[in-house]
Write a protein that binds this ligand. Structure first.
Ligand SMILES: Cc1ncc(COP(=O)(O)O)c(CNc2cc3ccccc3n(O)c2=O)c1O
Length: 432
């Protein structure tokens, strides 16, 4: 892989901060007496100890000595002591077994902890995209990603999806405008980046089959694309009996996959823990970005997560994720029950295989925006119109996104009933 082909001008210009370099040296050589870094003295921190109880009766405890570490600056890449990065590697060996782990150190597997995958994702785009670039994305696309890339003055190219996610033929038809060999021409405007949500998509709930992932990966090899796989719902796949649908990282023999993971759906969304992983040449650029932006993700939060994982072990984490899968599957089933009860004949949908979202198409409604923002709201129903997820600004959408993660059965029943009222009122207006 020619990694430098993918690095933006801004990212290529980043250099290691001298201050952060001293942090790295000190962490790697604890015996060194350092007067270099501007570390505040922890004796002046007001917090002395902490204890967090878990639902399964465990305790994550921080004594006075622990707090000196937990409340102090730490390495930009992520905590090494105690070691969240160790856990990241263990989880990736278990769930993805990335082929690049066999590569030489300088092109092998690496990871950088971020404040949620959103923080990591915007840094990935800033690492890969120059103004004017052509960027390929799932369409519809997670609105949080659109908020990142739309201001970047690049040309966003939608790639059609269906209830199995990204369509390989759609990707091919978009790329046929270029010759694959154009990827060797630095002056060509051939796309270099494909962003996709491989499993339990937002907003569609779609999961790409392994066959599709292999087809798409082969296309990425042919046209020399980097695949940014944004996979915060990986652990929310409902096929709890089998192993989760493999990630792109699991089939990435070239080092062209940059993977975004999140703990938001399985551990906590407010603690803001995620990580970006992939080949070291990419992760190295992200670490430099962390040094220049947030310095590092909260040391205390990283230690909280790693200390719980130390107690759980991989088996305990697996048991927890199976509980999470079971919970969201039950919520999905309830949402389908009430949507079927109230919306049959008025709307259609594909049953999500995981995640938290149901993507509903209203029959006979060209664009749901006004219906959702006005009619539904008048009935005290708040949903998201499909237009919020369109790659191309102003695109109409017959869809709306429903999140079933929080609502009770009663709320789902009532929302579906009220939503029908707003649709029926709308269609009455149309008849008149
Ligand atoms: C595909 C995809 N990629 C990345 C992220 C960000 O995850 P994190 O930074 O690791 O927590 C997300 C989170 N999606 C949402 C978040 C959210 C937060 C408050 C209120 C509403 C929210 N709605 O609606 C969302 O869809 C996502 O779906």
């Amino acid at each position: 892989m020619n990694f430098s082909r993918f690095i933006s001008r801004v990212s290529a210009a980043r250099k290691e901060s001298p201050i952060r370099e001293t942090t790295r040296i000190k962490l790697q050589n604890p015996e060194v007496i350092s007067l270099a870094g501007g570390y505040p003295n922890p004796a002046m921190f007001p917090f002395q100890s902490a204890e967090i109880k878990t639902r399964d009766g465990l305790k994550v405890q921080f004594n006075e000595e622990d707090m000196k570490t937990a409340l102090q600056y730490s390495a930009s890449q992520g905590n090494r002591a105690p070691d969240l990065l160790k856990w990241v590697k263990k989880l990736h060996v278990k769930y993805h077994n990335p082929p690049i782990m066999k590569n030489e150190e300088n092109e092998g597997f690496a990871a950088c902890v971020s404040c949620g995958s959103q923080d990591g994702l915007i840094k990935v785009f800033e690492m890969l995209v120059n103004p004017g670039d052509n960027v390929l994305l799932d369409d519809p696309c997670y609105s949080g990603t659109l908020a990142m890339v739309k201001p970047m003055d690049c040309n966003l190219i939608p790639v059609t999806t269906d209830h199995h996610g990204l369509q390989p033929n759609s990707l091919l038809s978009v790329l046929e405008k270029w010759k694959p060999e154009s990827s060797h021409d630095p002056k060509s405007d051939i796309p270099r980046v494909l962003y996709t949500i491989p499993n339990c998509g937002n907003p569609t709930g779609a999961t790409q089959t392994l066959e599709r992932k292999k087809e798409i990966y082969a296309i990425a090899q042919k046209y020399d694309l980097v695949i940014v796989e944004d996979d915060p719902y990986f652990f929310l796949q409902f096929n709890v009996s089998e192993t989760p649908s493999p990630s792109y990282q699991a089939i990435d023999v070239d080092g062209r996959v940059i993977r975004c993971d999140s703990m938001s759906k399985v551990m906590s969304s407010g603690l803001r823990i995620g990580w970006i992983s992939g080949a070291y040449p990419f992760i190295q650029r992200l670490i430099l970005h962390q040094q220049a932006s947030i310095l590092h993700t909260s040391t205390f939060v990283q230690m909280t997560i790693s200390r719980l994982l130390d107690q759980w072990g991989l088996e305990g984490f697996e048991n927890h994720t199976k509980n999470v899968q079971k919970f969201y599957k039950e919520r999905r089933d309830a949402m389908i029950k009430y949507a079927t009860k109230w919306l049959t004949g008025l709307a259609e949908w594909a049953e999500p295989e995981g995640g938290m979202f149901l993507w509903i198409k209203l029959i006979g409604v060209d664009d749901t925006t006004l219906l959702i923002k006005k009619k539904a709201l008048e009935k005290k129903v708040l949903l998201l119109p499909g237009s919020a997820f369109g790659v191309v600004e102003g695109t109409s959408s017959s869809f709306c996104r429903v999140s079933y993660s929080f609502a009770t059965d009663e709320e789902m029943d009532e929302v579906s009933r009220l939503f029908v009222c707003s649709i029926v009122v709308k269609s009455t207006v149309v008849q008149v």
